[in-house]
Design a binder for this molecule. Structure first.
Ligand code: SF4
Ligand code: SF4
Length: 294
């Protein structure tokens, strides 16, 4: 439901709602990779849904705009670092692992904090969350950021990261330095591989009424799959799709092949969860029969 200030007349209200709806339409799940920014998500199943391209819960346009507002605050922070004399480079650098299916885009590498270069990760937070960061630190309050930084440090070969968080209410800045932890990095790296190559839906990590499930962006897909129409009808959401190692296969009996380009579908796409049991579908070719010749 859109927030409508009372002083707006009907025409202005209609235009505001047009803007919110435009923001809603701009949201899609067409990334086709597992992001390093999300590898600290506590539920494997949620990560798997995101990686495979399943439909997230609808979000209000106003909330999407709020996220974009946060992105701009983060961009500003980098400019303030540079204006203060710190050098931020490699801003376009992309990290990739597991056949390119695990990817991350860092904010940059910052120089001048100490002798060592640091991974730079800029974030924003509302006042309540900001105070929590100040009191308890990044790892405890937002493990996602901690895991993201561990991934970037590991793939970049750096030992330090600097997390900069700006309060959206009063522009106060909180900085925290993180140290590379090899065992955390290895765990996250292996977790990414396990989720990417999983051919079956991982189990539910929490109960339906838990805090995590209440706020999960795949709550509807997870608990009420019959009520969700998969909008992204591509190989990742298709019954005939499988990984074998890091190779991707279509197992449709009429046209089994090695999938080179991830993120495209075909007219034989079939709902993985077969929500309409009256419909029959040709059986998949056994995974063992698939090889390079397909
Ligand atoms: S709703 Fe809960 S169990 Fe389901 S994917 Fe999300 S966090 Fe995991
Ligand atoms: S049937 Fe089509 S959509 Fe499904 S895996 Fe094969 S090529 Fe992809």
């Amino acid at each position: 439901m859109a927030l409508i200030p009372t002083a707006m007349d009907k025409t202005a209200t209609r235009v505001v709602n047009d803007l919110y709806e435009a923001a809603e339409r701009s949201r899609k799940n067409d990334r086709h990779y597992l992001g390093m920014s999300e590898i600290g998500t506590p539920c494997d199943r949620a990560l798997w849904f995101g990686f495979r391209g399943f439909t997230p819960n609808p979000i209000e346009g106003r909330v999407i705009m709020l996220f974009r507002f946060g992105d701009r605050v983060e961009e500003d922070l980098i400019q303030w670092f540079e204006a203060a004399g710190y050098k931020v480079d490699q801003r376009q650098r992309v990290f990739e692992a597991h056949g390119g299916h695990f990817r991350g885009h860092w904010d940059g590498c910052i120089h001048g904090i100490t002798q060592q270069p640091h991974v730079l990760e800029c974030k924003s937070a509302n006042k309540k969350k900001f105070e929590m960061f100040k009191a308890a630190g990044v790892r405890k309050i937002q493990p996602l950021y901690y895991c993201q930084c561990q991934s970037y440090m590991g793939y970049a070969g750096l030992e330090r990261a600097l997390v900069a968080i700006q309060c959206k209410d009063n522009s106060e800045i909180y900085l925290e330095r993180l140290y590379f932890n090899r065992s955390d990095f290895e765990y996250l790296n292996q977790r990414a591989n396990r989720i990417i190559t999983a051919n079956t839906l991982p189990g539910q990590s929490f109960g339906k009424d838990s805090f995590d499930c209440q706020w999960c962006r795949f709550r509807l897909q997870c608990w009420y799959p019959k009520e969700v129409i998969v909008s992204n009808q591509v190989c990742g959401t298709c019954y005939y799709f499988s990984f074998k190692g890091l190779k991707k296969y279509c197992r449709h009996p009429d046209h089994a092949f090695v999938i080179q380009q991830w993120g495209i579908g075909c007219p034989d796409w079939y709902d993985m969860f077969n929500k309409d049991p009256r419909k029959t579908r040709p059986e998949r070719l056994p995974l063992e029969q698939l090889n390079e010749d397909h």
